[in-house]
Design a protein around this ligand. Structure first.
Ligand SMILES: Nc1ncnc2c1ncn2[C@@H]1O[C@H](COP(=O)(O)OP(=O)(O)OP(=O)(O)O)[C@@H](O)[C@H]1O
Ligand SMILES: [Mg+2]
Length: 356
């Protein structure tokens, strides 16, 4: 027996959006109904990308449709509403970068390649700034390896309301991750130009509140992903993380070129895994050679903001979800120095802008 469109709509009328407490049909969230004999595929448009309730909505829809007598296979596809559709629903669409309004300085952390300690530097810089009394947030914009929630020991999912997402908070640091967008294997359309659109929408709709510093962990490399993020958010300055090896030079060159080309200001270079302090002595070992960071900084006429040693406590802090910079000690010293340099460079840039 073939299923009818009316049966499907009747069933969907019984499914409410958990936040708005109205049926998906009344809210205009049912985008498409395809019927092939007993099999049904429905497309539901969520109010926003990364909607924290998407898994619940999806399972509610599945359950309601499965109750139709004689139904075969049920597929639920999730997409997001257009701005116009959202505006119709909420009366007024939050403006594009609504959530950024109270954010004073956005600092992006970038690297020419992966695995150089970009997330480690980002999360410890955020922790050092928070420790100094600043209002700090961190945005994990590395959608292919969202590590920041792990490094802060955050397991909860963010909540959303009326088209805005609220960041989670730990150690006095607000956090949002693009991992929220991908969800638990939900087939939210996650390819090509739609990724850019989803990222842009997502970035503007996080309710950060008032922040002195928002640290952004960019995706690694010099491709589309870091650029989309870096050109969407108004960035005060980029920090480029590298390791001291000679081969790192060409990665940094490409990375610096990318930001300069798009007129995104660079604050300076951080050399990570710079050296190793031999335990119990003052001896220092240059594992990857020395002077790489200085050479790079000189070559690009950029400040060398910090040299971060290799320290097991730094890795441990990341693995355990408690950044080492929350505690004072040998391992966190370099991050406090980095925070001081960043504050100084930002103040320099801000006063230059004011004098213009
Ligand atoms: N200075 C350091 N001392 C000891 N371990 C470090 C240091 N910096 C980073 N690590 C460790 O190296 C690994 C890679 O660091 P991290 O994840 O921060 O790099 P990433 O550049 O963000 O990598 P990805 O490109 O995968 O996102 C992690 O296990 C981290 O704990
Ligand atoms: Mg990372």
């Amino acid at each position: 027996m073939a299923i009818t469109r009316e049966q499907v709509i009747e069933a969907l009328k019984k499914v409410n959006d958990p936040e708005l407490n109205k049926s998906l049909v009344d809210l205009g969230m049912v985008k498409d109904i395809e019927i092939a004999g007993p099999h049904v595929r429905v497309t539901i448009a969520l109010t926003m990308a990364g909607c924290p309730l998407k898994d619940k909505i999806k399972s509610d829809v599945k359950e309601a449709l499965s109750a139709i007598p004689g139904i075969g296979e049920v597929r639920v596809v999730l997409t997001t509403m257009t701005s116009a559709e959202r505006a119709k629903l909420f009366g007024q669409e939050p403006s594009e970068m609504e959530g950024m309004k109270g954010v004073k300085n956005v600092i992006a952390v970038a690297s020419g390649k992966g695995g150089v300690g970009k997330s480690t530097v980002a999360v410890n810089l955020a922790a050092a700034l928070a420790k100094k009394g600043y209002k700090v947030g961190i945005l994990d914009a590395d959608m292919h390896g969202p590590d920041i929630p792990i490094m802060l020991g955050i397991k909860d999912r963010p909540v959303g309301s009326r088209g805005m997402l609220f960041p989670l908070e730990k150690y006095g640091i607000k956090m949002m991750s693009t991992g929220t967008l991908a969800g638990d294997g939900t087939p939210i359309v996650w390819r090509g130009p739609l990724v850019n659109k989803a990222i842009k929408e997502f970035l503007g709709h996080v309710a950060w509140g008032d922040l002195d510093y928002l640290i952004v962990d960019l995706p690694p490399g010099t491709g589309d992903a870091p650029l989309t993020v870096a050109t969407t958010i108004p960035i005060r300055g980029v920090i480029i993380v590298t390791t001291p090896q000679k081969v790192a030079l060409s990665d940094v060159r490409r990375n610096v070129g990318l930001f300069l080309e798009h007129k995104i200001p660079i604050l300076g270079i951080v050399e990570n895994m710079s050296y190793l302090k031999v335990p119990g002595s003052d001896e220092v070992m240059d594992i990857f050679g020395s002077g790489g960071g200085e050479k790079i900084a000189k070559a690009f006429k950029l400040p060398l903001l910090a040299k971060i040693p290799i320290d097991p406590q730094i890795r441990q802090g990341g693995d355990e979800g408690r950044p080492v910079a929350l505690e004072e000690g040998e391992a966190s010293k370099a991050f406090y120095e980095l925070a001081d340099k960043v504050i100084a460079e930002v103040e320099k840039k801000n006063s230059q802008n004011n004098n213009k």
